[in-house]
Design a protein around this ligand. Structure first.
Ligand SMILES: *[C@@H]1O[C@H](CO)[C@@H](O)[C@H](O)[C@H]1NC(C)=O
Length: 107
């Protein structure tokens, strides 16, 4: 699991003034399988397509290997740490000032 790269990406994304910078999509680091063989996303944010618009989406609310957001209500899972911790939620869409965000929201 390539968490060093993930943490660096998040740190850069959170640096002041860089939030609007376009992120490449899909994620450069691969998803990894969990114990059950299910591919699990990393804790990253990307600019992706959703219904013909560019929105900001959590990696767990994109389709693996595609720069496209999942639909709201879709289950989402991502690694929270290098010890196998996972976050489980549902994709939630919100718009503020015309900019859409698809987040993985805990039920
Ligand atoms: C990793 O995440 C899991 C689930 O949140 C948590 O139980 C565990 O304590 C975490 N491990 C570390 C080393 O942070």
């Amino acid at each position: 699991m390539q968490f060093t790269a993930a943490l660096l990406t998040v740190a850069l994304a959170l640096a002041p003034g860089t939030l609007a910078a376009p992120a490449p999509a899909p994620a450069p680091e691969p998803w990894t399988k969990d114990a059950a063989g299910v591919w699990v996303a990393n804790n990253n944010w990307w600019n992706v397509n959703y219904k013909g618009k560019e929105i900001r989406a959590h990696e767990s609310c994109t389709w693996q290997g595609q720069p496209n957001a999942r639909d709201p209500g879709t289950r989402c899972t991502y690694w929270t740490n290098a010890s196998g911790g996972q976050f489980h939620g549902n994709c939630l869409y919100a718009e503020q000032n015309g900019k859409g965000t698809m987040s993985c929201f805990r039920l």
